[in-house]
Design a protein around this ligand. Structure first.
Ligand code: HEM
Length: 148
């Protein structure tokens, strides 16, 4: 069981790195290109690639996260602040899934296709919200392991 737990934590952390790193690259590294004419074509190509990675990573984070909770003996009650913070992580995960789906399957593709300024702005904003949520998820992960 301990070996499985190690493997699960390993996959969880690597997945978090890939997911967060991918968003970091899209937001930070490509920002200087924003004024270039070819920018939207680059975003389209990278976005399509990252979309595939993201939708493999999110279920992996969920499955390994639940396994880690099980190994740690989490009882799914709301009895302590510790448990409530874990519940916050689970709820935020579903928020991330919903807003990622809206971004990846609706607003994002429509924004790229129509090049509508408002939709492009919404896409960027959702991307940034996801980025901030990712930081919160990592912080809660650190809290789960070490406590407050
Ligand atoms: C976007 C999604 C997620 C991200 C970015 C994320 C990130 C992380 C990171 C970076 C750690 C390592 C913390 C450390 O070792 O100090 C961690 C740990 C943990 N996460 Fe997540 N996580 C996500 C989703 C979830 C979900 C959905 C669950 C529960 C269903 C979960 C449960 C856990 C648990 C239990 C640990 C502690 C692992 C251990 O025993 O060492 N995570 N998370």
């Amino acid at each position: 069981m301990k070996t499985l737990y190690f493997i699960s934590v390993f996959i969880h952390i690597i997945s978090a790195c890939i997911w967060f790193g991918g968003m970091f690259a899209l937001i930070i590294f490509f920002l200087p290109l924003r004024k270039e004419q070819y920018f939207l074509d680059v975003v389209k190509k990278l976005g399509e690639q990252f979309k595939i990675v993201g939708w493999i990573i999110l279920p992996l984070l969920f499955i390994t996260g639940f396994f880690n909770l099980h190994y740690r003996g989490f009882d799914f009650s709301f009895s302590t602040t510790y448990n409530k913070i874990i519940w916050l992580k689970i709820i935020l995960f579903f928020v991330i899934v919903i807003i990622s789906a809206i971004h990846d399957f609706y607003i994002g593709p429509k924004a790229i296709k129509t090049r509508d300024k408002k939709l492009l702005k919404y896409s960027r904003t959702i991307g940034r919200i996801n980025f901030i949520l990712a930081i919160i998820m990592i912080l809660i992960g650190i809290f789960i392991v070490r406590g407050l």
